[in-house]
Design a protein around this ligand. Structure first.
Ligand SMILES: Nc1ncnc2c1ncn2[C@@H]1O[C@H](COP(=O)(O)OP(=O)(O)OP(=O)(O)O)[C@@H](O)[C@H]1O
Ligand SMILES: [Mg+2]
Length: 260
């Protein structure tokens, strides 16, 4: 992503949400995007594949994924790329799942789009495999279930399973563990790291928690008020933050005793 700027229309006129943001994530790399609430992390993530909410508009910038310029594609072309070339994992998996459709049917729909070479039987087998890979061994039950019948932790595992099952070039995870309790958080982070080691997707991991980001990311971008204020190797930034705002973020993580 190069030079991304986003505006939103409001009753008071146009307001700037994001300015000149550049982010790069290599294959197999887990890169963090951190910043306080409202700094523009989610808007940046949504803009990658044209998912910006109504009223939000890209005023500058170009976005590439796997050698293709996403920012030059039409809405329907972008729709086809989602799942296949890039996948999202959101904080609230309930919002990404259809409540009226069994989990298995939704998984099959996504897998069919992402991996059209698979036949019906292979899709079912792939669904079982990817559920097993995230520790959901009773795949038959899960696939028959409706989303509300699963626990929050199970739903998030299903979303992560689906994202990796599509083997996309890029996975964007927007606060994927924020809604989970601390024990589950740790398990899901380990899971993401393990799967990323196997599938080698590029991963953009969004969080406002430096302690979490430090555990799983090699590089880091820090956003504040719609701009990237600092970026670099995670260890380097944590050892010697340059920007005042990064120092504040670090101090608050340390206050929670999350970082020694
Ligand atoms: N649909 C929308 N229309 C206009 N402005 C929006 C819309 N959604 C969010 N915003 C504004 O965009 C800015 C950035 O919001 P964004 O959701 O990207 O923040 P964030 O960094 O993801 O925060 P959080 O950590 O709370 O998730 C905020 O000022 C927010 O009020
Ligand atoms: Mg957000």
């Amino acid at each position: 992503m190069e030079n991304l700027s986003l505006d939103a229309s409001s009753p008071k006129g146009l307001v700037s949400l994001v300015r000149n943001v550049g982010i790069e994530v290599g294959p197999g790399e887990v890169v963090g995007l951190v910043g306080e609430s409202g700094s523009g992390k989610s808007q940046t993530a949504l803009a990658i594949s044209g998912l910006s909410p109504q009223g939000v508009r890209r005023t500058s910038g170009r976005i590439w994924c796997d050698g293709e310029e996403l920012s030059a594609l039409s809405e329907s072309e972008l729709h086809r790329r989602r799942g296949a070339k890039l996948a999202y994992v959101f904080q609230d998996p309930m919002s990404a799942l259809n409540p009226t459709m069994r989990v298995g049917r939704q998984m099959a729909d996504v897998l069919r789009r992402a991996r059209p070479q698979l036949d019906r039987g292979q899709i079912v087998r792939a669904a079982h495999e990817i559920l097993a890979a995230v520790g959901l061994t009773d795949g038959a039950w899960i696939m028959r279930a409706y989303p509300f019948q699963l626990s929050g932790g199970m739903r998030q595992r299903v979303m992560i399973a689906l994202a990796y099952g599509c083997r996309p070039a890029l996975i964007v995870a927007d606060e994927p563990t924020t809604a989970l309790d601390v024990t589950l958080q740790a398990q899901v982070l380990d899971l993401i790291l393990a799967l990323n080691g196997q599938v080698k997707s590029a991963m953009l991991f969004i969080s406002h928690d430096l302690a979490i980001v430090r555990r799983i990311c090699t590089r880091l971008y820090v956003m504040r008020k719609g701009e990237v204020v600092e970026s670099g190797a995670c260890a380097q930034i944590i050892a010697s933050p340059q920007h005042e705002y990064t120092k504040t973020l670090l101090a608050s993580a340390r206050a929670k005793e999350a970082i020694p």
